[in-house]
Design a protein around this ligand. Structure first.
Ligand SMILES: *[C@@H]1O[C@H](CO)[C@@H](O)[C@H](O)[C@H]1NC(C)=O
Ligand SMILES: *[C@@H]1O[C@H](CO)[C@@H](O)[C@H](O)[C@H]1NC(C)=O
Length: 514
């Protein structure tokens, strides 16, 4: 970054920091347990680019963004994205500057196995993640690795219909084994899947993500069955997860000393009214969102609410599968951004075309004309800091003694916001402060929380929203690939390093500017 630009930003940031609410002061890193992981998160397709480099195979998102560009807000794709594949050393450097002790990223399956098991292992792909992992460790940053964050080799999309086909379980088993073998000597934290509870709905219920399958009233697709397929795909993911955990625990954990978990998306549901029906609806929405994946892993079966409502549309586990599922995870990752109101649709009919439709729940961000929290660039995400405490306490209570990591939490802005407000992201600073405050409250109440990751390190390709939505701590100029720290990056750094902006730095940056 040019010195003049850096200085200008520093002055703006210092001025705006001074304007923050004093009530938010006082939160410190040591309000969290010793050894707590603080990090930032990204995923392969969203940042790497280099989509054809070094023998990488095409994945489902490469093909989808090219063949159906009209489904992406700005018709763009991840061909280049943040060019992280070529700029990873710079990105490790900005992580180091932030003062994080961990970095959550995902491995591109098609970079490691361009055609799944139908081709060989791509040594250049292995070499890339080796370089990244080594660069992180050299800076004292623990890699927190996601095996699957939405992208799968296109070969598997074609052969199995993605997660809909049971054959993909063997594929994931093979892929995860290659990764444990290649990287497990240095990786302490593995997660099998990112947000399988969200992706199966976006793929097979709402039809928005490849392979774009759905049926009315959820959407209009060429084919699909919104009431059945999300649960078939989820079943395959759960069994893929269980087999990978079993393999890791049997063959790698003792000598490699790492841990393994899974990451679920977790909205918090507030009943719209105090009626028993709405209170039950909120609980039911949570069962369809979180217990859906975590109950089978912890208790060997799907939650009662789902079995009752979905009946034969919900697959069953055989006794052998139940046994496999009992390979307990070492931790649970939750991606927590928001809360929303839940309204019952069993006793009073409502439109059931939404994300929570199969739970017979209608959700809304508004009660009696008032929003549940400040809106963000994502229309269904509101700023509700208490929701992180509620979510953590719920998971801590239901899945006792399991360590929880907040694997994502973050604030989005529209890309058409003016540059000064993008960089001076006071709202993101407030968001971060607020959520960390409620997270520390959950910790004080005894919840077993092991770490927190901010989504995201850098602005990136936000799936069907393309580049129109920005979550980064660092702004990225996509013409030059310059990374520019936002005010939130500085706030996070100050929080992590305990070195808050002093009068002295204000004087120095002003002097340098003149
Ligand atoms: C629910 O009940 C509580 C306590 O009785 C009350 O404070 C709150 O306003 C009620 N909420 C709604 C949405 O009616
Ligand atoms: C640093 O100090 C400013 C001004 O007192 C405050 O607003 C800000 O939240 C502090 N940053 C951190 C990380 O605590």
């Amino acid at each position: 970054m040019a010195v003049a630009a850096a200085t200008r930003i520093a002055v703006v940031v210092v001025a705006a920091l001074a304007a923050l609410a004093p009530g938010a002061r006082g939160l410190r890193r040591d309000d969290f347990p010793v050894g707590f992981l603080f990090g930032a998160a990204t995923s392969a397709y969203q940042i790497e680019g280099a989509y054809l480099d070094d023998n990488k195979g095409l994945n489902n998102w490469d093909v989808f963004t090219h063949t159906q560009a009209g489904r992406i807000s700005d018709r763009r794709n991840g061909d280049v994205a943040d060019d992280h594949y070529h700029r990873y050393t710079e990105d490790v450097e900005i992580l180091h500057n932030l003062g994080v002790n961990s970095y959550r990223f995902s491995i591109s399956w098609a970079r490691i196995l361009p055609r799944g098991r139908f081709g060989g292992v791509n040594s250049a792909g292995i070499a890339f993640y080796n370089r990244l992992i080594d660069a992180l460790l050299q800076k004292g940053i623990q890699p927190f690795v996601t095996l699957n964050h939405f992208d799968i080799p296109q070969e598997l999309e074609i052969r199995y219909g993605g997660w809909l086909g049971a054959g993909i379980r063997e594929e994931f088993g093979y892929y995860s084994d290659v990764c444990f073998k290649a990287f497990g000597d240095r990786v302490r934290f593995w997660t099998t899947f990112n947000e399988p509870n969200l992706i199966t709905k976006f793929q097979f219920m709402l039809g928005a993500y490849p392979p774009n399958r759905c049926s009315p009233p959820f959407g209009c697709c060429n084919s699909g069955d919104s009431r059945r397929e999300p649960y078939t795909a989820a079943h395959n993911i759960l069994l893929s997860h269980a087999a990978a955990v079993h393999n890791y625990k049997t063959n790698y954990q003792a000598k490699q000393g790492g841990s393994i978990g899974i990451v679920v998306a977790m909205k918090w549901y507030e009943p719209l009214t105090n009626s028993t029906e709405d209170v039950r609806a909120a609980r039911r929405a949570l069962a369809f969102e979180v217990d859906w994946f975590l109950d089978p892993i912890f208790f060997g079966e799907y939650p009662r609410e789902m079995r009752e409502i979905l009946s034969s549309n919900l697959p069953k586990f055989t006794p052998e599968e139940k046994k496999l599922l009992q390979n307990k995870v070492d931790f649970i990752g939750i991606n927590q951004y928001t809360a929303i109101y839940a309204k019952d649709c069993i006793y009073s009919p409502c439109a059931l075309n939404t994300y929570e439709g199969n739970a017979l729940v209608y959700t809304t961000g508004v009660r009696n004309g008032a929003k549940i929290g400040k809106p963000t660039a994502f229309s269904t995400y509101f700023v509700v800091p208490e929701s992180i405490e509620s979510a953590v306490m719920y998971v801590n209570g239901r899945y006792k003694d399991t360590t929880i990591y907040i694997t994502e939490n973050g604030y989005s802005q529209h890309s058409d916001t003016n540059m000064e407000d993008l960089i001076n992201d006071v709202e993101r600073v407030n968001y971060l402060q607020g959520y960390l405050k409620y997270l520390s409250s959950a910790v004080r109440k005894g919840a077993n929380v092991g770490g927190y990751f901010m989504w995201s390190l850098i602005d990136n390709f936000e799936w069907v929203f393309g580049y129109t939505i920005k979550f980064g701590l660092y702004h990225v100029d996509f013409d030059t690939q310059e990374r520019i720290p936002k005010m939130s990056a500085k706030w996070y750094r100050d929080f992590l390093t305990g070195s808050n902006v002093t009068d002295d730095t204000q004087v120095r940056s002003r002097r340098a500017d003149s």
